[in-house]
Ligand binder design. Structure first.
Ligand SMILES: [Zn+2]
Length: 533
Protein backbone atom coordinates (compact mmCIF):
# COMPACT_ATOMS: atom_id res chain seq x y z
CA UNK A 1 0.00 0.00 0.00
CA UNK A 2 1.21 3.45 -0.87
CA UNK A 3 1.40 5.94 1.97
CA UNK A 4 -1.17 8.68 1.94
CA UNK A 5 0.73 11.64 3.18
CA UNK A 6 -1.33 14.28 4.84
CA UNK A 7 -0.81 17.82 5.82
CA UNK A 8 -2.54 18.73 9.01
CA UNK A 9 -6.19 19.32 8.25
CA UNK A 10 -6.79 23.00 8.76
CA UNK A 11 -9.76 23.94 6.63
CA UNK A 12 -13.36 23.16 7.29
CA UNK A 13 -14.05 19.50 7.46
CA UNK A 14 -11.66 16.63 7.07
CA UNK A 15 -10.10 16.13 3.69
CA UNK A 16 -7.08 14.27 2.48
CA UNK A 17 -4.25 16.32 1.16
CA UNK A 18 -1.50 14.68 -0.76
CA UNK A 19 1.73 16.33 0.18
CA UNK A 20 4.82 15.66 -1.82
CA UNK A 21 7.26 15.15 1.00
CA UNK A 22 10.19 15.15 -1.38
CA UNK A 23 9.39 18.61 -2.69
CA UNK A 24 10.89 20.56 0.13
CA UNK A 25 14.14 19.21 1.34
CA UNK A 26 14.57 21.84 3.99
CA UNK A 27 11.13 21.11 5.36
CA UNK A 28 12.06 17.45 5.52
CA UNK A 29 15.32 18.10 7.23
CA UNK A 30 13.65 20.16 9.90
CA UNK A 31 10.83 17.69 10.05
CA UNK A 32 12.89 15.07 11.75
CA UNK A 33 15.07 17.25 13.86
CA UNK A 34 15.42 16.09 17.33
CA UNK A 35 12.68 15.16 19.56
CA UNK A 36 15.77 14.66 21.65
CA UNK A 37 18.82 16.45 20.53
CA UNK A 38 17.28 19.43 18.82
CA UNK A 39 19.41 22.49 19.26
CA UNK A 40 17.09 25.08 20.60
CA UNK A 41 19.21 27.89 19.23
CA UNK A 42 18.54 26.74 15.67
CA UNK A 43 16.13 28.65 13.48
CA UNK A 44 13.26 29.31 15.83
CA UNK A 45 14.61 29.27 19.34
CA UNK A 46 12.44 27.62 21.95
CA UNK A 47 12.65 29.70 25.08
CA UNK A 48 10.10 30.74 27.61
CA UNK A 49 8.76 34.14 26.70
CA UNK A 50 6.26 36.35 28.42
CA UNK A 51 3.79 35.33 25.80
CA UNK A 52 4.39 31.68 26.58
CA UNK A 53 4.22 32.29 30.28
CA UNK A 54 0.79 33.75 29.80
CA UNK A 55 -0.29 31.11 27.35
CA UNK A 56 -2.75 28.48 28.21
CA UNK A 57 -3.30 25.88 25.55
CA UNK A 58 -5.81 27.58 23.32
CA UNK A 59 -8.69 25.54 22.07
CA UNK A 60 -8.95 26.75 18.48
CA UNK A 61 -12.17 28.64 17.73
CA UNK A 62 -13.28 26.04 15.20
CA UNK A 63 -12.96 23.35 17.85
CA UNK A 64 -14.85 25.39 20.33
CA UNK A 65 -17.71 26.09 17.94
CA UNK A 66 -17.86 22.46 16.98
CA UNK A 67 -17.78 21.42 20.60
CA UNK A 68 -20.66 23.74 21.50
CA UNK A 69 -22.65 22.41 18.59
CA UNK A 70 -21.93 18.84 19.55
CA UNK A 71 -22.83 19.39 23.20
CA UNK A 72 -26.16 20.90 22.14
CA UNK A 73 -26.85 18.06 19.77
CA UNK A 74 -26.07 15.45 22.36
CA UNK A 75 -28.18 17.13 25.00
CA UNK A 76 -31.11 16.74 22.62
CA UNK A 77 -30.18 13.19 21.83
CA UNK A 78 -29.86 12.19 25.45
CA UNK A 79 -33.53 13.03 25.80
CA UNK A 80 -34.43 10.68 22.98
CA UNK A 81 -32.10 7.72 22.76
CA UNK A 82 -28.45 7.95 23.64
CA UNK A 83 -27.93 4.47 25.01
CA UNK A 84 -25.21 2.81 22.98
CA UNK A 85 -26.53 -0.01 20.89
CA UNK A 86 -24.58 -2.59 19.02
CA UNK A 87 -25.19 -4.91 16.20
CA UNK A 88 -23.17 -7.03 13.86
CA UNK A 89 -22.41 -5.57 10.51
CA UNK A 90 -23.42 -7.75 7.61
CA UNK A 91 -20.44 -9.74 6.40
CA UNK A 92 -20.57 -8.27 2.91
CA UNK A 93 -19.84 -4.79 4.24
CA UNK A 94 -16.59 -5.63 5.98
CA UNK A 95 -15.23 -8.82 4.57
CA UNK A 96 -11.56 -8.17 5.42
CA UNK A 97 -12.32 -7.41 9.05
CA UNK A 98 -12.12 -9.86 11.88
CA UNK A 99 -15.44 -10.38 13.71
CA UNK A 100 -14.40 -8.32 16.71
CA UNK A 101 -13.62 -5.32 14.54
CA UNK A 102 -16.97 -5.62 12.76
CA UNK A 103 -19.04 -4.80 15.81
CA UNK A 104 -20.82 -1.53 15.36
CA UNK A 105 -21.70 0.77 18.21
CA UNK A 106 -23.80 3.90 18.16
CA UNK A 107 -23.05 7.11 19.98
CA UNK A 108 -26.65 8.14 19.42
CA UNK A 109 -26.15 9.69 16.00
CA UNK A 110 -23.48 7.71 14.19
CA UNK A 111 -22.13 4.22 14.00
CA UNK A 112 -18.63 3.55 15.25
CA UNK A 113 -16.35 0.57 15.36
CA UNK A 114 -14.49 -0.09 18.58
CA UNK A 115 -11.60 2.36 18.44
CA UNK A 116 -8.34 3.11 20.16
CA UNK A 117 -5.99 6.05 20.46
CA UNK A 118 -2.44 5.96 21.69
CA UNK A 119 -0.74 9.26 22.48
CA UNK A 120 2.95 9.54 23.28
CA UNK A 121 4.11 12.52 25.32
CA UNK A 122 7.85 12.40 24.78
CA UNK A 123 9.95 12.58 27.94
CA UNK A 124 7.09 12.51 30.46
CA UNK A 125 8.90 11.01 33.41
CA UNK A 126 6.60 8.82 35.51
CA UNK A 127 6.83 10.88 38.69
CA UNK A 128 5.96 14.13 36.89
CA UNK A 129 2.39 13.00 37.60
CA UNK A 130 3.07 13.41 41.34
CA UNK A 131 3.83 17.13 41.05
CA UNK A 132 0.26 18.28 41.45
CA UNK A 133 0.42 19.88 38.00
CA UNK A 134 -1.53 17.30 36.03
CA UNK A 135 -5.02 17.24 37.55
CA UNK A 136 -6.61 16.20 34.27
CA UNK A 137 -4.32 13.26 33.54
CA UNK A 138 -4.88 12.14 37.13
CA UNK A 139 -8.63 12.57 36.81
CA UNK A 140 -8.52 10.51 33.61
CA UNK A 141 -6.51 7.85 35.41
CA UNK A 142 -9.00 7.83 38.28
CA UNK A 143 -11.71 7.16 35.75
CA UNK A 144 -9.43 4.55 34.25
CA UNK A 145 -6.04 3.38 35.40
CA UNK A 146 -2.39 4.25 35.50
CA UNK A 147 0.83 2.45 36.26
CA UNK A 148 3.35 3.46 38.90
CA UNK A 149 5.64 3.71 35.93
CA UNK A 150 6.39 2.05 32.62
CA UNK A 151 9.87 0.72 32.06
CA UNK A 152 11.48 1.76 28.77
CA UNK A 153 13.82 -0.48 26.81
CA UNK A 154 17.56 0.13 26.90
CA UNK A 155 18.89 2.48 25.62
CA UNK A 156 16.30 4.85 27.09
CA UNK A 157 16.17 7.00 23.96
CA UNK A 158 13.31 8.25 21.81
CA UNK A 159 13.64 6.15 18.67
CA UNK A 160 14.46 2.79 20.27
CA UNK A 161 11.50 3.26 22.62
CA UNK A 162 8.91 4.55 20.20
CA UNK A 163 9.67 1.56 18.01
CA UNK A 164 9.52 -0.75 21.04
CA UNK A 165 6.10 0.67 21.89
CA UNK A 166 4.98 0.15 18.29
CA UNK A 167 6.38 -3.37 17.83
CA UNK A 168 6.54 -4.88 21.34
CA UNK A 169 10.21 -5.68 20.74
CA UNK A 170 13.46 -4.90 22.53
CA UNK A 171 16.02 -2.86 20.61
CA UNK A 172 18.15 -5.90 19.72
CA UNK A 173 15.09 -7.37 17.97
CA UNK A 174 13.58 -4.28 16.33
CA UNK A 175 16.93 -3.01 15.08
CA UNK A 176 16.74 0.65 16.14
CA UNK A 177 19.56 0.28 18.65
CA UNK A 178 20.12 4.02 19.25
CA UNK A 179 19.09 7.35 17.79
CA UNK A 180 22.20 7.12 15.64
CA UNK A 181 24.27 4.04 14.88
CA UNK A 182 26.37 2.32 12.26
CA UNK A 183 25.26 -0.85 10.48
CA UNK A 184 28.30 -2.95 9.53
CA UNK A 185 26.30 -5.22 7.22
CA UNK A 186 25.31 -2.37 4.90
CA UNK A 187 28.00 0.17 5.74
CA UNK A 188 25.35 2.80 6.33
CA UNK A 189 24.59 5.04 9.26
CA UNK A 190 21.16 5.49 10.78
CA UNK A 191 20.48 9.00 11.95
CA UNK A 192 17.08 9.83 13.36
CA UNK A 193 16.93 13.40 12.13
CA UNK A 194 17.93 12.68 8.56
CA UNK A 195 15.03 11.38 6.52
CA UNK A 196 17.23 9.95 3.78
CA UNK A 197 19.05 7.93 6.43
CA UNK A 198 16.17 6.89 8.63
CA UNK A 199 13.00 6.51 6.57
CA UNK A 200 14.32 3.62 4.52
CA UNK A 201 12.13 0.74 5.65
CA UNK A 202 15.08 -1.70 5.77
CA UNK A 203 16.19 -0.21 9.08
CA UNK A 204 12.98 -1.02 10.89
CA UNK A 205 12.51 -4.63 11.98
CA UNK A 206 9.37 -5.99 13.57
CA UNK A 207 5.76 -5.29 12.81
CA UNK A 208 4.37 -2.01 14.15
CA UNK A 209 0.85 -2.14 15.51
CA UNK A 210 -0.46 -0.08 12.62
CA UNK A 211 0.79 -2.70 10.19
CA UNK A 212 -0.96 -5.49 12.12
CA UNK A 213 -4.11 -3.39 12.24
CA UNK A 214 -3.99 -2.71 8.49
CA UNK A 215 -3.57 -6.45 7.89
CA UNK A 216 -6.69 -7.00 9.97
CA UNK A 217 -8.65 -4.52 7.85
CA UNK A 218 -8.50 -1.71 10.39
CA UNK A 219 -8.08 1.85 9.09
CA UNK A 220 -5.14 3.50 10.87
CA UNK A 221 -3.86 7.05 11.24
CA UNK A 222 -0.40 8.10 12.30
CA UNK A 223 0.17 11.64 13.53
CA UNK A 224 3.96 12.04 13.70
CA UNK A 225 4.80 8.88 15.66
CA UNK A 226 8.56 8.41 15.30
CA UNK A 227 9.17 5.75 12.71
CA UNK A 228 9.07 5.15 8.97
CA UNK A 229 6.10 5.85 6.67
CA UNK A 230 6.34 2.33 5.28
CA UNK A 231 7.56 -0.98 6.71
CA UNK A 232 9.72 -3.67 5.13
CA UNK A 233 6.60 -5.35 3.76
CA UNK A 234 5.53 -2.11 2.06
CA UNK A 235 2.68 -1.40 4.47
CA UNK A 236 1.74 2.14 5.46
CA UNK A 237 -0.85 3.61 7.79
CA UNK A 238 -3.94 4.73 5.87
CA UNK A 239 -3.31 8.29 7.02
CA UNK A 240 0.16 9.55 7.72
CA UNK A 241 1.22 12.98 8.95
CA UNK A 242 5.03 13.22 8.96
CA UNK A 243 6.87 14.67 11.92
CA UNK A 244 7.12 18.43 12.01
CA UNK A 245 8.39 20.50 14.88
CA UNK A 246 6.44 23.27 16.60
CA UNK A 247 3.00 22.06 15.70
CA UNK A 248 0.70 23.20 18.49
CA UNK A 249 -1.22 20.78 20.65
CA UNK A 250 -4.41 22.51 19.54
CA UNK A 251 -3.62 21.73 15.91
CA UNK A 252 -2.91 18.12 16.80
CA UNK A 253 -6.17 17.87 18.71
CA UNK A 254 -7.99 19.27 15.68
CA UNK A 255 -6.34 16.67 13.43
CA UNK A 256 -7.33 13.82 15.74
CA UNK A 257 -10.91 15.07 15.96
CA UNK A 258 -11.16 15.58 12.22
CA UNK A 259 -10.25 11.91 11.83
CA UNK A 260 -12.82 10.87 14.42
CA UNK A 261 -15.45 12.95 12.61
CA UNK A 262 -14.89 11.20 9.27
CA UNK A 263 -17.67 8.97 7.93
CA UNK A 264 -17.56 5.38 9.17
CA UNK A 265 -15.81 3.79 6.19
CA UNK A 266 -13.06 6.41 6.07
CA UNK A 267 -12.66 6.89 9.78
CA UNK A 268 -9.50 5.49 11.37
CA UNK A 269 -10.25 2.99 14.09
CA UNK A 270 -6.75 3.24 15.42
CA UNK A 271 -4.96 6.57 15.89
CA UNK A 272 -1.39 7.16 17.04
CA UNK A 273 -0.18 10.64 17.99
CA UNK A 274 3.11 12.10 19.14
CA UNK A 275 4.03 15.25 21.07
CA UNK A 276 7.66 16.29 21.69
CA UNK A 277 7.44 19.61 23.57
CA UNK A 278 7.88 18.22 27.07
CA UNK A 279 11.05 16.34 26.12
CA UNK A 280 12.41 19.46 24.45
CA UNK A 281 11.73 21.49 27.59
CA UNK A 282 13.36 18.78 29.73
CA UNK A 283 16.54 18.85 27.66
CA UNK A 284 16.68 22.62 27.55
CA UNK A 285 15.99 23.45 31.17
CA UNK A 286 16.15 20.18 33.11
CA UNK A 287 13.40 18.10 34.70
CA UNK A 288 13.05 20.33 37.77
CA UNK A 289 12.66 23.53 35.77
CA UNK A 290 9.67 25.83 35.72
CA UNK A 291 9.68 25.42 31.93
CA UNK A 292 9.05 21.69 32.30
CA UNK A 293 6.30 22.39 34.80
CA UNK A 294 4.69 24.85 32.41
CA UNK A 295 4.79 22.50 29.44
CA UNK A 296 3.56 19.69 31.69
CA UNK A 297 0.46 21.78 32.44
CA UNK A 298 -0.06 22.40 28.72
CA UNK A 299 0.16 18.69 28.00
CA UNK A 300 -2.30 18.05 30.82
CA UNK A 301 -4.78 20.50 29.30
CA UNK A 302 -4.38 18.74 25.95
CA UNK A 303 -5.28 15.46 27.68
CA UNK A 304 -8.34 17.15 29.19
CA UNK A 305 -9.44 18.62 25.86
CA UNK A 306 -9.05 15.27 24.12
CA UNK A 307 -10.98 13.55 26.89
CA UNK A 308 -13.72 16.21 26.82
CA UNK A 309 -14.03 16.00 23.04
CA UNK A 310 -14.48 12.23 23.24
CA UNK A 311 -17.02 12.67 26.00
CA UNK A 312 -18.90 15.39 24.08
CA UNK A 313 -19.26 12.94 21.20
CA UNK A 314 -20.66 10.34 23.58
CA UNK A 315 -17.77 8.05 22.65
CA UNK A 316 -16.35 7.16 26.05
CA UNK A 317 -17.80 3.65 25.74
CA UNK A 318 -16.30 3.23 22.29
CA UNK A 319 -12.82 4.80 22.41
CA UNK A 320 -9.99 3.54 24.56
CA UNK A 321 -7.35 6.21 25.08
CA UNK A 322 -3.85 5.27 26.17
CA UNK A 323 -1.32 7.94 27.16
CA UNK A 324 2.28 6.78 27.25
CA UNK A 325 5.73 8.25 27.19
CA UNK A 326 8.97 6.86 25.88
CA UNK A 327 11.38 7.53 28.77
CA UNK A 328 12.01 9.88 31.66
CA UNK A 329 14.53 12.68 32.19
CA UNK A 330 17.33 13.33 34.64
CA UNK A 331 18.96 16.55 35.77
CA UNK A 332 22.33 17.01 34.09
CA UNK A 333 23.01 20.63 34.90
CA UNK A 334 26.13 19.68 36.86
CA UNK A 335 27.39 16.43 35.38
CA UNK A 336 30.74 14.97 36.25
CA UNK A 337 32.59 14.58 32.98
CA UNK A 338 34.44 11.42 31.97
CA UNK A 339 37.11 12.05 29.31
CA UNK A 340 37.20 9.11 26.94
CA UNK A 341 40.29 10.44 25.12
CA UNK A 342 42.23 10.66 28.37
CA UNK A 343 41.38 7.02 29.01
CA UNK A 344 42.15 5.70 25.52
CA UNK A 345 45.18 7.84 24.69
CA UNK A 346 46.18 7.29 21.06
CA UNK A 347 43.39 4.69 20.85
CA UNK A 348 40.90 7.55 20.77
CA UNK A 349 42.11 8.39 17.27
CA UNK A 350 41.46 4.81 16.18
CA UNK A 351 37.72 5.00 16.85
CA UNK A 352 35.97 4.66 13.51
CA UNK A 353 32.32 4.88 14.58
CA UNK A 354 30.75 6.24 17.72
CA UNK A 355 27.11 5.26 18.27
CA UNK A 356 24.51 6.72 20.52
CA UNK A 357 24.43 9.16 23.37
CA UNK A 358 24.84 9.40 26.37
CA UNK A 359 26.03 5.77 26.26
CA UNK A 360 28.67 5.31 23.62
CA UNK A 361 29.03 2.36 21.26
CA UNK A 362 32.56 2.12 19.93
CA UNK A 363 33.89 0.56 16.73
CA UNK A 364 37.62 0.77 16.22
CA UNK A 365 39.39 0.77 12.86
CA UNK A 366 39.86 -2.74 11.55
CA UNK A 367 43.63 -2.62 12.02
CA UNK A 368 43.41 -1.20 15.53
CA UNK A 369 44.14 -3.39 18.54
CA UNK A 370 40.55 -3.54 19.77
CA UNK A 371 41.33 -6.09 22.48
CA UNK A 372 43.90 -3.79 24.03
CA UNK A 373 41.57 -0.76 24.00
CA UNK A 374 38.83 -2.85 25.55
CA UNK A 375 41.19 -3.87 28.34
CA UNK A 376 42.15 -0.23 28.90
CA UNK A 377 38.50 0.80 29.08
CA UNK A 378 37.60 -2.02 31.46
CA UNK A 379 40.47 -1.14 33.73
CA UNK A 380 39.43 2.52 33.75
CA UNK A 381 35.84 1.58 34.53
CA UNK A 382 36.93 -0.55 37.46
CA UNK A 383 39.17 2.25 38.74
CA UNK A 384 36.47 4.89 38.34
CA UNK A 385 34.58 3.78 41.40
CA UNK A 386 31.28 3.41 39.60
CA UNK A 387 31.24 6.34 37.17
CA UNK A 388 30.72 4.19 34.13
CA UNK A 389 30.66 0.61 32.89
CA UNK A 390 32.11 -1.04 29.81
CA UNK A 391 30.39 -3.94 28.12
CA UNK A 392 30.74 -6.25 25.16
CA UNK A 393 27.95 -8.33 23.63
CA UNK A 394 29.02 -11.14 25.98
CA UNK A 395 28.95 -9.08 29.16
CA UNK A 396 26.01 -6.76 28.47
CA UNK A 397 23.42 -7.10 31.28
CA UNK A 398 20.86 -9.65 30.10
CA UNK A 399 17.99 -7.58 31.41
CA UNK A 400 18.74 -5.01 28.68
CA UNK A 401 18.15 -7.48 25.85
CA UNK A 402 20.78 -5.49 24.06
CA UNK A 403 23.39 -7.79 22.57
CA UNK A 404 22.08 -9.98 19.78
CA UNK A 405 22.29 -7.63 16.85
CA UNK A 406 25.33 -6.71 14.82
CA UNK A 407 24.14 -3.11 14.76
CA UNK A 408 25.06 -2.93 18.46
CA UNK A 409 28.68 -1.80 18.60
CA UNK A 410 31.07 -4.46 19.99
CA UNK A 411 32.15 -2.20 22.88
CA UNK A 412 29.67 -0.10 24.83
CA UNK A 413 30.64 2.52 27.38
CA UNK A 414 27.65 3.28 29.60
CA UNK A 415 27.83 6.17 32.06
CA UNK A 416 26.01 5.89 35.37
CA UNK A 417 23.55 8.54 36.52
CA UNK A 418 25.16 11.94 36.98
CA UNK A 419 28.10 11.24 34.66
CA UNK A 420 28.61 12.25 31.06
CA UNK A 421 31.13 10.98 28.52
CA UNK A 422 33.10 13.59 26.63
CA UNK A 423 36.59 14.36 25.34
CA UNK A 424 39.05 17.23 25.70
CA UNK A 425 38.02 18.78 22.40
CA UNK A 426 34.30 18.90 23.17
CA UNK A 427 34.92 19.31 26.89
CA UNK A 428 31.28 18.78 27.74
CA UNK A 429 30.11 21.41 25.25
CA UNK A 430 26.61 21.18 23.84
CA UNK A 431 25.26 19.18 26.73
CA UNK A 432 21.72 19.87 27.75
CA UNK A 433 20.51 20.44 31.31
CA UNK A 434 18.35 17.36 31.17
CA UNK A 435 19.05 14.01 29.55
CA UNK A 436 18.02 10.37 29.29
CA UNK A 437 19.47 7.27 27.67
CA UNK A 438 20.79 5.77 30.92
CA UNK A 439 20.14 2.35 32.46
CA UNK A 440 16.41 1.61 32.33
CA UNK A 441 16.45 0.51 35.97
CA UNK A 442 16.76 4.13 37.15
CA UNK A 443 13.35 5.42 38.25
CA UNK A 444 14.09 8.78 36.63
CA UNK A 445 14.26 7.02 33.25
CA UNK A 446 10.80 5.52 33.69
CA UNK A 447 7.86 6.57 31.55
CA UNK A 448 4.16 7.02 32.23
CA UNK A 449 1.14 4.91 31.44
CA UNK A 450 -2.40 6.26 31.80
CA UNK A 451 -5.41 4.64 30.16
CA UNK A 452 -9.06 5.45 29.98
CA UNK A 453 -12.01 3.94 28.20
CA UNK A 454 -14.26 0.90 28.19
CA UNK A 455 -11.25 -1.35 28.75
CA UNK A 456 -10.24 0.38 31.97
CA UNK A 457 -13.82 0.19 33.30
CA UNK A 458 -13.70 -3.57 32.86
CA UNK A 459 -10.30 -3.71 34.55
CA UNK A 460 -11.65 -1.80 37.52
CA UNK A 461 -14.73 -3.97 37.80
CA UNK A 462 -12.56 -7.09 37.81
CA UNK A 463 -10.22 -5.58 40.35
CA UNK A 464 -13.09 -4.50 42.60
CA UNK A 465 -14.33 -8.12 42.59
CA UNK A 466 -10.86 -9.40 43.38
CA UNK A 467 -10.52 -6.97 46.26
CA UNK A 468 -13.50 -8.64 47.89
CA UNK A 469 -11.80 -12.03 47.96
CA UNK A 470 -10.94 -13.29 51.45
CA UNK A 471 -7.27 -13.74 50.57
CA UNK A 472 -6.98 -10.14 49.40
CA UNK A 473 -8.79 -8.79 52.41
CA UNK A 474 -6.56 -10.74 54.73
CA UNK A 475 -3.52 -9.50 52.87
CA UNK A 476 -4.76 -5.93 53.09
CA UNK A 477 -5.32 -6.29 56.83
CA UNK A 478 -1.86 -7.69 57.39
CA UNK A 479 -0.34 -5.03 55.17
CA UNK A 480 0.96 -7.52 52.63
CA UNK A 481 0.23 -7.40 48.94
CA UNK A 482 -1.87 -10.30 47.77
CA UNK A 483 0.00 -12.81 45.71
CA UNK A 484 0.04 -11.80 42.07
CA UNK A 485 -2.02 -8.73 42.82
CA UNK A 486 -0.12 -6.46 40.49
CA UNK A 487 -2.13 -3.52 41.75
CA UNK A 488 -2.44 -1.27 44.64
CA UNK A 489 -5.29 1.02 45.34
CA UNK A 490 -4.62 4.69 45.83
CA UNK A 491 -6.84 7.56 46.87
CA UNK A 492 -10.47 6.88 46.26
CA UNK A 493 -11.37 5.05 43.13
CA UNK A 494 -8.06 4.91 41.29
CA UNK A 495 -6.05 1.79 40.57
CA UNK A 496 -2.38 1.88 39.98
CA UNK A 497 -0.64 -0.94 38.17
CA UNK A 498 2.80 -2.08 39.20
CA UNK A 499 5.61 -0.99 36.90
CA UNK A 500 5.65 -2.96 33.66
CA UNK A 501 7.76 -2.98 30.52
CA UNK A 502 6.69 -0.99 27.48
CA UNK A 503 7.03 -4.05 25.23
CA UNK A 504 3.64 -5.09 26.68
CA UNK A 505 1.86 -2.16 25.01
CA UNK A 506 1.67 -3.78 21.56
CA UNK A 507 -0.46 -6.63 22.89
CA UNK A 508 -2.66 -4.23 24.85
CA UNK A 509 -3.53 -2.31 21.69
CA UNK A 510 -4.18 -5.56 19.82
CA UNK A 511 -6.67 -6.49 22.52
CA UNK A 512 -8.30 -3.08 22.54
CA UNK A 513 -8.81 -3.34 18.78
CA UNK A 514 -9.97 -6.94 19.04
CA UNK A 515 -7.37 -8.18 16.57
CA UNK A 516 -5.19 -10.42 18.74
CA UNK A 517 -5.45 -13.24 16.23
CA UNK A 518 -3.45 -11.06 13.83
CA UNK A 519 -0.81 -10.12 16.38
CA UNK A 520 2.85 -10.56 15.46
CA UNK A 521 5.31 -12.23 17.86
CA UNK A 522 6.71 -9.80 20.43
CA UNK A 523 8.90 -9.70 23.52
CA UNK A 524 5.78 -9.03 25.57
CA UNK A 525 4.61 -11.63 28.07
CA UNK A 526 1.97 -13.96 26.62
CA UNK A 527 -1.26 -13.46 28.51
CA UNK A 528 -0.02 -10.34 30.32
CA UNK A 529 -3.37 -8.56 29.78
CA UNK A 530 -5.62 -11.60 29.78
CA UNK A 531 -6.79 -11.26 33.33
CA UNK A 532 -8.28 -7.87 32.54
CA UNK A 533 -10.32 -8.81 29.50
ZN1 LIG B 1 11.97 10.84 23.78
Amino acid sequence: MKAEYMKLAKGAGPSRHMANVDSDEEEERKALIAPDERKFDEDKPYRPTDEEDAAELEVPPRSRRRLTWIVLLFSLLLISAAIPVRRLLSSSESAPNSPATQLLYSNGTHEFRKSALIVSIDGLRADYLDRGLTPHLLAISKDGLRAKSMKPVFPTLTFPNHWALMTGLYAESHGIVANNFWDPSTGREFHYNRIDASWNSSWWYGEPMWETAERAGVVTANLMWPGPPETRTGTSPTYFVPWKDKVSLGTKLDQILSWIDLPLEKRPQFIMAYEPSLDQAGHLAGPKSSLVNKVLKQVDIFARDLHDAIEARNLTDIFDIVFVSDHGMTDMSHPELVYVDDILGEGFERIEHEDGWPAMGLRFQSKADEARYLAVLLEAAAASGGKFDVYTHDTMPQRWHFAHNERIAPIYVVPRMGYALTNRIENGAGMSKGNHGYDNDYASMHAMFVAHGPFSSVVKAIEAERAKSPARRLAALSGRAAEGAGWHSVVGDAYVMETFENVQIYNLMMKLLGIEEYAAPTNGTAGFWDRYF
